[in-house]
Design a protein around this ligand. Structure first.
Ligand code: SF4
Length: 270
């Protein structure tokens, strides 16, 4: 079976499971399907979920709209996305959070259990460690007083990749997104990057680093090395480092991440 056929089979299996759960709920024989609530919208701008991807070009680079408005348009365009199998089992889509005018965008692989419930990237234990790393580097996830460099945080995919997508209530049900899932979802990340126009990208972990650097090497080989990153509409410098979850498992990696953050700080201070 090809990857495409496997994805199609997985999509249809997940959709059947979700439909069965909804049907059980509606007939009063099951539990509430609150887990399948669509994500909240940032504003009431009209959704454009059915529009084709190239509709992104109509507003992503539109200088007459603020960056903030363009991000809202993008979020509404993504809507209740079902473009890949992850959409059928996710609870909330984690669009991304932070400064629409950020100089730095941090990119992880995908939402996990906590992120799926809150609809925001990096809010579980790894996210709390990321917040400490940001603070130590003079950066922040949100606006603070006195102001410091306010970043944007996103993932390669916006929905929770699960080992067992038939039960989105399970813990420890996380897996990295597949290359196919990242191929389908990455136009949304790239649209975010085109809107924000960051100077620097920091990839967190093996999956995001490999995907954006297009390498098969392991992260220990490429972390800490700046590379030029180009996509249509954006040129930035990219620094790969370890995922905070890896630091929780192996605290000896903190030293390398601290070196990488000092390198980022030095670039920001130039
Ligand atoms: S992961 Fe991306 S492409 Fe897949 S359903 Fe979610 S938003 Fe859509």
């Amino acid at each position: 079976m090809t990857n495409r056929e496997e994805l199609a089979a997985l999509t249809s299996a997940v959709r059947r499971t979700v439909a069965e759960k909804r049907s059980r709920y509606l007939s009063g024989k099951g539990t509430s399907p609150t887990s399948n609530k669509p994500p909240e919208r940032l504003t009431s701008l009209p959704p454009a979920a059915a529009a084709p991807t190239n509709v992104l070009d109509a507003f992503v680079d539109d200088p007459s709209l603020s960056k903030s408005d363009r991000l809202v348009r993008l979020q509404n365009h993504i809507g209740d996305c079902q473009r890949c199998p992850l959409g059928a089992s996710r609870i909330r889509l984690a669009f991304g959070v932070g400064n629409p005018d950020a100089k730095v965008v941090f990119i992880g692989e995908g939402p996990g259990y906590a992120e799926d419930r809150q609809g925001e990237p990096f809010v579980g234990p790894a996210g709390q460690l990321l917040d400490k790393i940001l603070t130590a580097t003079g950066l922040s996830r949100g606006p603070v007083n006195p102001p410091v460099n306010w970043v944007f945080i996103a993932n390669m995919v916006k929905c929770h990749p699960m080992i067992d997508p038939s039960d989105n209530t399970k813990r420890s049900n996380d897996r990295p997104p597949t290359p196919e899932e990242m191929d389908v979802c990455s136009p949304f990340l790239f649209a975010q990057l085109r809107i924000i126009q960051p100077l620097f990208l920091v990839t967190l972990g093996n999956t995001a680093g490999r995907a954006l650097l297009k390498t098969e090497e392991g992260i220990s080989k490429f972390r800490g090395r700046w590379v030029d990153f180009r996509i249509d509409g954006l040129t930035a410098r990219l620094l790969p480092t370890y995922h905070p979850a890896a630091l929780l498992r192996n605290p000896s990696l903190k030293k390398d991440v601290w070196e990488d953050m000092k390198s980022l700080r030095a670039e920001l201070d130039k």
